[in-house]
Design a protein around this ligand. Structure first.
Ligand SMILES: Cc1cc2nc3c(=O)[nH]c(=O)nc-3n(C[C@H](O)[C@H](O)[C@H](O)COP(=O)(O)OP(=O)(O)OC[C@H]3O[C@@H](n4cnc5c(N)ncnc54)[C@H](O)[C@@H]3O)c2cc1C
Length: 249
């Protein structure tokens, strides 16, 4: 069984983002392999090394620079990589990314697609769900545990008040959450081997999909400054403030 893992080149959340008017100034921004995708890559490698899968393929939609993040995933142990190359100034919305990934799923026919639950920069938390809708594959999101049992996957999810297991028929999509595993770091032999591993670059025009963005970003602004907190002498004053000023009770 092939496992396809989607990895995004994301802006490092520690980056101090600069605003120029209502535009983001990303010059000097640092990029990382999206943290939640690290859990997805790790889980795929464990399934392969545990004999539940034959091949781990990582795919990214992004500019040429995204090859760096794909090489990182190859260095920790993925077998093969695909970059669907789009230019940074291309207008690409969530549906566009999902459509491109759906075309790669059609091409590669994986038994399982592993993805992060969300990307740490734009946090849309939509691509996994949209990919499920486009491919008709069942999905288990926010996985903190995953067990494959024949043609089925049992996904443990953290829900309000505890955990819930969902059993879905393969081929399926699983989005990774924290605590699914402990992602490994690349070691030197892995980094050296990754240089020789196959990385195919695909032009989205060859995928025969319509990519016109339906969502465009109009502009960015900083959230309002948080007002300083106040100290209250006792509980009664707190309740009075919550009732009369904040009007939340
Ligand atoms: C080249 C480029 C141009 C863009 N242009 C615009 C623009 O003009 N306007 C705008 O508003 N937004 C733009 N974006 C941002 C893009 O719209 C969002 O990345 C997209 O909507 C997905 O949202 P998200 O990253 O929050 O995904 P989420 O739904 O939070 O991601 C969930 C999971 O989906 C997978 N995933 C997400 N993105 C990718 C990817 N690129 N490759 C592989 N896997 C992925 C990852 O596994 C991730 O963990 C652009 C992105 C790219 C790469």
């Amino acid at each position: 069984m092939k496992v396809l893992v989607t990895v995004k080149r994301a802006i490092n959340p520690e980056t101090k983002v600069k605003l120029v008017g209502d535009k983001l100034d990303l010059s000097g921004a640092e990029y990382v392999l999206n943290y939640f995708d690290e859990y997805a890559v790790e889980e795929a490698i464990r399934l392969r090394d545990g004999g539940k899968a034959d091949e781990v393929i990582v795919v990214s939609v992004g500019s040429d620079e995204a090859q760096k993040e794909l090489r990182t995933a190859l260095a920790v142990g993925a077998d093969r990589a695909i970059l669907v190359k789009v230019d940074d100034d291309d207008e690409l919305d969530t549906l566009g990314v999902a459509k491109i990934l759906a075309a790669i799923v059609e091409k590669e026919q994986p038994g399982l697609v592993l993805m992060g639950k969300l990307s740490v920069d734009s946090e849309n938390n939509q691509v996994g769900q949209m990919l499920g809708a486009l491919t008709g594959m069942p999905q288990g999101t926010f996985a903190h545990s995953l067990a494959l049992d024949g043609d089925w996957a049992v996904v443990g999810r953290e829900v309000d008040g505890g955990t819930a297991d969902v059993r879905i028929k393969l081929p399926a999509i699983v989005t990774a959450d924290l605590r699914l595993n402990e992602p490994r770091y690349a070691n030197l032999p892995g980094i050296m081997k990754a240089k020789k591993k196959q990385l195919d670059v695909i032009d989205p025009d060859d995928l025969d999909i319509e990519l016109e963005a339906k969502v465009t970003t109009l502009g960015y602004e900083r959230p309002p400054e948080r007002k300083a907190g106040v100290t209250v002498p006792d509980v009664d004053s707190l309740i009075a403030k919550l009732r009369n000023e904040a009007k939340v009770i």
